[in-house]
Design a protein around this ligand. Structure first.
Ligand code: FPP
Ligand code: MG
Ligand code: MG
Length: 337
């Protein structure tokens, strides 16, 4: 039985094919990351070896089932490239966020230092660029566009909403930082399997929606995990002064809970997000948020995204790959309770 990223693929030929394709991705990934000077190999393979769901490669491999050549050589290459790009951004993101941990292991910046982490990320990007060049100039262009979107999202997050609508800002950042690369994974998987242009666009749109929905569900769980036993530390985003979708919706209300949340979460003088350092304040904010209308609004927004994804999926031919995408979308919604 094969399970990836919370997705139960079941048993049988299809599940085995996907599992085997992902093993080929893993081998190629480690070979590419180990292909530099000895001093780079340890740092460049560090995050890949620490774990990770390989969600993007899986997305690409599933998307390849909508073309005449699923799981072919180019699909494996494309799936490896998107994971390498993802890993490269994580090295840099952990430097920017000064994050000590990633995937339960020390981040590269904590294990070594910022310079080594930045250079390891650059090396991953260099190897991803070399590898994608074997797929031709159109693929290089897609990766270049996607990379620019990732950078734009990170930049937009860094400068903040700057007086604009915070919900719009959040959704844009989430799309750029997460949706764009998952969309590229769907596009790449379909394209490299020889799918026609309409299919390629459809899988890119599904990637868009699933990427954003996954982030929204993560953000709901960051608050809701206070009431369950998911094993996560609740309120991580609040401690970092990051206002995610349910928080933005909750702050927007005019009830007593919203008033108190604004006192807790917004700096009265600057109007900016205020990182919470006090445990009692985190607990109070979480208790208010869990019961807030903002959580319901975020859940409704997520359900809407799932409906959009299902509508796109309905246009695809039936089969195990479509079923796998359908369970992936359902899982994203179900895990928020
Ligand atoms: C994680 O977000 C960050 C991203 C998904 C995108 C980061 C993009 C860059 C760093 C662009 C520049 C990259 C290179 C290689 C030049 P997060 O911090 O909200 O999530 P986390 O909890 O996983 O850290
Ligand atoms: Mg981060
Ligand atoms: Mg970050």
């Amino acid at each position: 039985k094969s399970t990836f990223a919370g997705l139960d693929l079941g048993t049988g030929e299809f599940a085995e094919g996907v599992a085997q394709a992902l093993v080929r991705v893993e081998d190629l990934l480690l070979a590419e990351l180990s292909s530099g000077d000895e001093i780079l190999t340890e740092a460049a393979t560090h995050l890949a070896k620490a774990g990770g769901k390989r969600f993007r490669p899986m997305f690409a491999v599933l998307a390849s089932h909508f073309g005449p050549e699923p799981e072919g050589h180019d699909v494996i290459t494309a799936a490896t490239v998107v994971e390498m790009i993802h890993l490269a951004t994580l090295y840099h993101d952990d430097v920017m966020d000064d994050a000590p941990l990633r995937r339960g292991a020390m981040s590269a910046n904590a294990r070594w230092n910022n310079s080594i982490a930045i250079l390891a990320g650059d090396f991953l990007f260099a190897r991803a660029s070399r590898l994608v060049s074997t797929l031709g100039p159109n693929s290089v262009r897609i990766i270049a566009e996607t990379f620019a979107e990732l950078v734009t999202g990170q930049m937009r997050e860094t400068v903040g909403a700057r007086g604009g609508d915070p919900v719009e800002h959040y959704l844009k950042v989430v799309w750029e930082k997460t949706g764009s690369l998952i969309a590229a994974s769907g596009r790449f998987g379909a394209m490299t399997s020889g799918a026609d242009a309409d299919r390629v666009e459809a899988l890119s749109r599904i990637g868009d929606i699933v990427g954003v929905a996954f982030q929204v569900s993560d953000d709901i769980i960051d608050i809701a995990s206070v009431t369950d036993d998911s094993g996560k530390t609740p309120g991580t985003d609040l401690r970092e002064g990051v206002h995610t979708l349910p928080v933005l919706y909750a702050l927007d209300g005019d009830g007593a809970d919203s008033v108190r949340l604004r006192e807790l979460l917004i700096d009265a003088t600057t109007g900016e997000a205020r990182p919470l350092t006090d445990d009692a304040e985190v607990d109070e904010a979480l208790a208010l948020l869990v019961a807030s209308e903002g959580m319901d609004r975020a859940r409704r927004r997520l359900a809407q995204m799932a409906d959009d994804a299902h509508a796109e999926l309905a246009q695809l031919p039936a089969g195990p790959a479509r079923d796998a995408f359908t369970s992936l979308v359902n899982y994203t919604v179900d895990r928020v309770g």
